[in-house]
Write a protein that binds this ligand. Structure first.
Ligand code: ZN
Length: 296
């Protein structure tokens, strides 16, 4: 089985109350409210090639970022690995969006020369709740999967306060990790951007979420990740993500990350007692034409 076997029949997912969900690839999402405000989570569209990633400082694709996002009101950043944060300073600079993330993410915003009022360093020890237009957001302290040699978090540690905004791939240190509960007029979705979790930190309101955006990259490094996650959230619907090989342009056919084992994932989700439905979206770097209400 392959992600296209359970792919939604339109390029974006629209909730019953009018929220439009666009997948940007990796852990990136755009949430467009019916009223207008737009929330981005871990937006990364540059998809820098592997050779460049391994050998040079990596920089956002400014033309693609301009095409991908006409506007944004806020950006949530789960952790500061390159495939979650690299494009964020540029998107924030272009859009004026307020950025919520770790101290490491805040340091990158500062390096970009953005005003301090445009970013918030989240509390790494306790949930933080805030509003963005019609969205009620709770940032929840979380953990990264430990898949590097020796069962470590890859590139652990913080991005220091630095003057450099363009770093090498390995300098995008993980920083503190967050997951996000987003409530849109009672429709609740949860973004789990790395395949690991702290059950005790997950707020009660996250149980029974309508939509769980679940990272499945390197999930085998986390013991019983899928059943534990399903038990913690009891979601109505699961949207697996972060299974695409992110060093490959979205203009080319998608390749899966090694050890994705998508069939096993779907089987595991379907054997869970609540039988949540499994849905994927195509990667959509460029927004579909027309207003959100017509993006179906
Ligand atoms: Zn990561």
């Amino acid at each position: 089985m392959d992600p296209t076997d359970v792919q939604h029949d339109s390029p974006v997912f629209v909730t019953p109350n009018g929220l439009t969900v666009r997948w940007l690839g990796t852990a990136g999402y755009e949430l467009t409210s019916a009223e207008g405000p737009i929330l981005l989570i871990d937006p990364y569209v540059t998809r820098v090639g592997l050779v460049r990633y391994l050998t040079r400082r990596i920089v956002p694709d400014a033309a693609l970022v301009a095409e991908a996002f006409s506007r944004a009101d806020a950006i949530l950043v789960g952790h500061s690995h390159f495939d979650h944060v690299m494009d964020v300073p540029l998107i924030a600079q272009r859009s004026g969006a307020h950025v919520h993330g770790s101290r490491s993410t805040a340091n990158l915003m500062q390096a970009m020369g953005l005003p301090a009022a445009q970013f918030t360093a989240l509390d790494k020890d306790a949930p933080t709740t805030f509003e963005v237009g019609p969205f009620k957001v709770t940032a929840v302290p979380s953990v990264h999967s430990r898949f590097a040699l020796g069962k470590k978090v890859p590139y652990a540690g913080d991005i220091p306060c630095t003057c450099e905004v363009h770093l090498k791939g390995s300098q995008y240190r993980c920083g503190d990790v967050f997951s996000f509960l987003v409530d849109y007029h009672g429709y609740r979705l949860y973004h789990l951007g790395s395949a690991n979790l702290i059950e005790d930190a997950i707020p009660r309101e996250a149980r029974g979420v309508d939509l769980l955006l679940m990272c499945i990259a390197a999930r085998f490094a986390t013991e019983r990740f899928v059943p534990r996650t399903l038990a913690a959230f009891t979601p109505e619907r699961v949207m697996p993500m972060h299974y695409d090989f992110m060093w490959r342009s979205a203009d080319k056919p998608m390749r899966l990350l090694p050890r994705t084992d998508f069939g096993r994932l779907v089987a595991e989700v379907r054997t869970f007692s609540r039988e949540p439905s499994v849905l994927t979206l195509p990667i959509l770097v460029r927004p579909p034409a027309g207003p959100p209400s017509q993006r179906v």
